[in-house]
Design a protein around this ligand. Structure first.
Ligand code: GYE
Length: 337
């Protein structure tokens, strides 16, 4: 009896041990599988670090939204977003942090053209491709970035000047004041260059003042106030490198007692809704479109790069020009930014 009891206890303990081992074993296998799945999924996601300039304009807010919407709502991507508040040093810090985090791709909207060599070399050494977004940079070694997604700012400047001459007539004497974008930004340098290229061909057209309004409405207004104070009734047209500065200028002109769009013609670049409203109301005249909705193009470029495909060196956006009330009114309902 005693013997049987011992045997049963022995059998029972052995069985328990076997069950326990089996459980442990299956546990560890399933944990292993889960980890593998998890790692695989994490690996499959393309991690994009995006260093944005800031939120100085309606255009930039639209660009940020487009990128957050496109990459943020797509399970194939993980987006790391960093806002530099207009400072290049913050962008350099963000890039270094992206490199340390071993992101797959860096997207950079560079606030200014110069000063990128060192940090981009660091990205290159870490084998992280860099895509420039919306603004260009000035580097000797072109291999420091893979591609540029954005507009032809020289062409935008040229179109602004051509349309202004068409509107006011080749033989009219026209004094222009210019509101430049952020000093050192490619969007400012090139819009200035393109505009000047066309204007200098016609001796009736003169740029009498040109100063930076930093792409913001407040500074655009401030600089326009100063222009009006010094040159007042001598100004026939204002060329603003973006809509926000144009909107600031419109306010300054009204406060000065003149009619924007009539006494002083207003030409601007970007095409945000607010400038379409101003043109429709007769307070501005010419809009040179510059498309900020770059999310889809960035996503496609990132997918192609990850798949080992070659991507174009310059991925351009389609853009157009709008002149006058009617064009603005017709376009307004379908404007997306
Ligand atoms: O035109 C302006 C913005 O870099 C193209 O920056 C962009 C420019 C845009 O602040 O509104």
């Amino acid at each position: 009896m005693q013997k049987t009891k011992r045997l049963l206890t022995y059998l029972f303990s052995t069985l328990m041990l076997i069950l326990l081992l089996a459980a442990c074993n299956s546990d560890s296998t399933s944990t292993g599988n889960n980890n593998e799945d998890g790692d695989k999924k994490a690996e499959e996601k393309i991690v994009v670090g995006f260093s944005q300039i800031g939120a100085e304009s309606g255009w930039r807010t639209a660009e940020t939204e487009s990128i957050k919407e496109t990459l943020g709502n797509d399970s194939r991507f993980e987006l790391k977003f960093s806002d530099a508040q207009q400072k290049q040093e913050n962008q350099i810090k963000a890039l270094r942090s992206f490199i340390a985090q071993k992101v797959d791709i860096i997207a950079l909207a560079p606030v200014v053209e110069s000063g990128w060599e060192t940090v981009l070399q660091e990205a290159k050494d870490a084998k992280i491709p860099v895509i420039l977004l919306d603004r260009g940079i000035d580097v000797k070694d072109e291999s420091l970035y893979t591609s540029f997604i954005g507009s032809d700012f020289i062409l935008e400047g040229e179109n602004a000047a051509k349309e202004l001459i068409k509107l006011m007539g080749e033989d009219t004497k026209v004094n222009i004041v210019e509101l430049q974008g952020t000093v050192g930004a490619s969007a400012a340098n090139d819009r200035m260059e393109g505009f000047a290229n066309v204007i200098k061909e016609n001796s009736n057209y003169n740029i009498i003042k040109s100063q930076s309004g930093d792409f913001t409405r407040a500074k655009g207004k401030e600089v326009m106030e100063a222009f009006l104070k010094s040159d007042g009734d001598n100004i026939d047209a204002v060329y603003a490198h973006n809509d926000d500065m144009a909107l600031g200028a419109i306010q300054a002109i009204e406060e000065y007692g003149l009619k924007p769009g009539e006494d002083i013609k207003v030409v601007s670049v970007d095409g945000i809704k607010a400038i379409f409203e101003a043109v429709a109301a007769g307070k501005a005249n010419i809009i040179v479109e510059c498309n900020p909705l770059l999310g889809p193009q960035l996503a496609q470029a990132a997918l192609d790069l990850q798949a080992g495909k070659e991507i174009e060196r310059w991925i351009k956006t389609e853009e157009t020009v709008f002149v006058g009330k009617e064009a603005a009114e017709t376009a307004l309902p379908s404007r997306k930014y």
